[in-house]
Design a protein around this ligand. Structure first.
Ligand code: ZN
Length: 154
């Protein structure tokens, strides 16, 4: 029962993600290239030449001075935030994360396939809790990423 609930929860999240994408404008390219601060989403003061130079280089996301100071102050209070910020920056800004997400989705399908094979052979091993949970985490992270790397259309 828990597995079924975990398998069904991502459906409203998927629908919300779809409508979120329609209503919001993606700024992930500008964030990845460091044109705008990826924390407060305010534009850095850069000339057009500097922007063009950043296009040719690899991902070099940038965080402005005030956001960097705020983060350091929060890390002093809650040290675990250091790892959370590190994960979040890599997850939202790195292009190599799509490679890991393919492996992650592959793992979900692998668990579903194993569950099906055992089910057809008459054994209930109840893997649905695991792949339901993995699927739920995937959609929560994906929707958060979409929300974080987009702004309201003006
Ligand atoms: Zn900032």
């Amino acid at each position: 029962m828990l597995g079924l609930i975990l398998c069904l929860i991502p459906i409203p999240i998927m629908i919300w993600n779809f409508f979120l994408l329609k209503k919001r404008e993606s700024i992930s390219f500008e964030m990845r290239k460091g044109w705008i601060c990826h924390c407060c989403k305010k534009s850095n003061d850069m000339t057009d030449v500097q922007k063009l130079n950043k296009i040719l280089s690899e991902n070099n996301y940038h965080i402005c001075t005030s956001c960097s100071r705020d983060r350091k102050l929060k890390i002093l209070r809650y040290p675990i935030l250091k790892w959370i910020y590190k994960f979040w920056d890599e997850f939202t800004m790195s292009s190599s994360i799509s490679h890991y997400s393919k492996i992650y989705i592959g793992l979900i399908f692998f668990l579903i396939a194993i569950d099906m094979i055992f089910l057809f052979n008459g054994l209930k091993i109840r893997l649905s809790v695991f792949y339901g949970l993995l699927n739920f985490i995937y959609w929560i992270l994906n929707t958060s990423k979409t929300y974080y790397t987009s702004i309201n259309k003006s």
